[in-house]
Ligand binder design. Structure first.
Ligand code: NDP
Ligand code: TDO
Ligand code: MG
Length: 327
């Protein structure tokens, strides 16, 4: 089976390429700029057709949450119109589309985890543009799975784990908000889930359970709880460490408002596909160990799975943290 994924170096695209390595049944082709530019929807069909996919994963997006407040036209062009063009291209090629969306479609006022029946009400431009993308994808291709995920991190691209390790390199203490709750999700786990779902779709031509699903790490924490865990693992592995000072959202002003609670309930996905993500702490250990460049001191189970899953990743010799964090 051949999967085309949009975006070349995004966290989820890179993790999918990694996950498919060494699997003879799955080939992943990444399609990105300049051939496929979501801000120029007329480029989309031709670029995707060329890769002759059995399934299209729509992962590329405008993901700069604060910057989107200043560039709403570009965020909507990419995340709404661009996503719609990807789903339309899949429909024209006669294949299903797996589209990634976000917890930031919710306003965070719910008392508990969000499920797929909860009404979205985005607080910022990024979330609003992604919600418009969900609508555009569903309208363009009835054979769609919209996977809403959250707080994504990985050895690739930009993410909160890398930011914390970088800051810990120059500071003794990092102030991090303690009043926003959510579910950290490893892009390596998302890639596993996508390959699993792609196999289900490919194997079942009569598959009917299309629609929206929540897919995130198991458990919950705050950004400061996440930061503390990242830095404790790093310290244990001989990487950078800093203390975490819990602050309130009002003490960390940002251009875009973020939901105070964007925990996602993943029960619908678990029932439909028989797949549940590992606990967020265990997945974080694997990624931090890779970034710190030392999986020797992890517990045996984590170490084995870290080694299995990351053996194909480029390792960076004597200064792994610097190299990995420089992007
Ligand atoms: N990161 C997160 O915390 C979360 C992400 N998501 C969603 O998951 C998906 C994947 O996220 P993630 O892997 O983290 O994203 P990244 O920010 O790591 O990567 C985004 C990708 O989109 C590409 N891209 C941006 N603009 C365009 C454009 N105009 N045309 C073509 N490609 C473009 C980038 O290309 P280039 O490499 O050239 O810059 C990059 O490859 C997105 O849909 C995102 O909204 C959902 C929840 C959380
Ligand atoms: C760097 C930093 C951030 N923060 C806060 C700000 C914010 O409330 C929270 C997370 O900050 P970030 O800007 O790293 O994360 P953010 O860009 O909000 O991450 C989001 O990205 C998009 C793409 C998504 O779809 C979401 O699921 C989510 O992962 O942590 C601190 O309190 N201290 C710090 O030193
Ligand atoms: Mg950010």
């Amino acid at each position: 089976m051949r999967i085309a994924v949009t975006g070349r170096e995004g966290q989820i695209a890179a993790s999918l390429l990694e996950a498919a390595q060494g699997r003879s049944d799955m080939e992943v082709v990444a399609v990105g700029r300049p051939q496929l530019n979501l801000a120029r929807p007329e480029t989309v069909f031709k670029a995707l057709e060329a890769s002759r996919p059995d399934i299209i994963v729509s992962a590329a997006a405008y993901t700069a949450v604060d910057k989107a407040e200043d560039e709403p036209d570009l965020a909507f062009a990419v995340n709404a119109e661009g996503a719609g063009a990807v789903a339309a291209a899949a429909a024209r090629l006669g294949v299903p589309v797996i589209h990634l969306s976000t917890d930031y479609v919710f306003d965070g006022t719910k008392d508990g985890a969000y499920d797929e029946t909860d009404a979205p009400a985005p607080l910022g431009v990024y979330g609003a543009s992604k919600l418009a993308g969900e609508v555009a994808v569903a309208a363009a291709n009835p054979r769609h799975l919209i996977l809403r995920t959250a707080w994504v991190y990985s050895p690739f691209g930009r993410n909160f784990v890398k930011t914390m390790l970088r800051l810990a390199g120059d500071r003794d203490e990092i102030a991090v908000v303690a009043d926003q709750w959510g579910t950290p999700t490893s892009a390596l786990d998302i890639a596993d889930a996508i390959l699993h779902v792609a196999a289900v779709l490919h194997g079942d031509k009569d598959f009917v359970s299309f629609g929206i699903y929540h897919l995130a790490g198991t458990g919950e924490t705050t950004w400061s709880g996440f930061a503390r865990h990242i830095l404790e693992i790093s310290k244990a592995l001989g990487g950078p460490h800093a203390g975490v000072r819990e602050i309130a959202t009002r003490d960390y002003p940002t251009k875009a408002r973020r939901p105070a609670n964007s925990r996602l309930s993943t029960a619908k996905f678990a029932v439909a596909f028989g797949w549940t993500a590992p606990k967020w702490r265990a997945s974080a250990e694997i990624v931090v160990a890779h970034l710190v460049g030392n999986s020797r001191n992890l517990g045996r189970r984590s170490r084995d799975s870290a080694t299995d899953r990351l053996s194909g990743l480029p390792r960076s010799g004597s200064a792994p943290i610097k190299d990995s964090l420089q992007r």
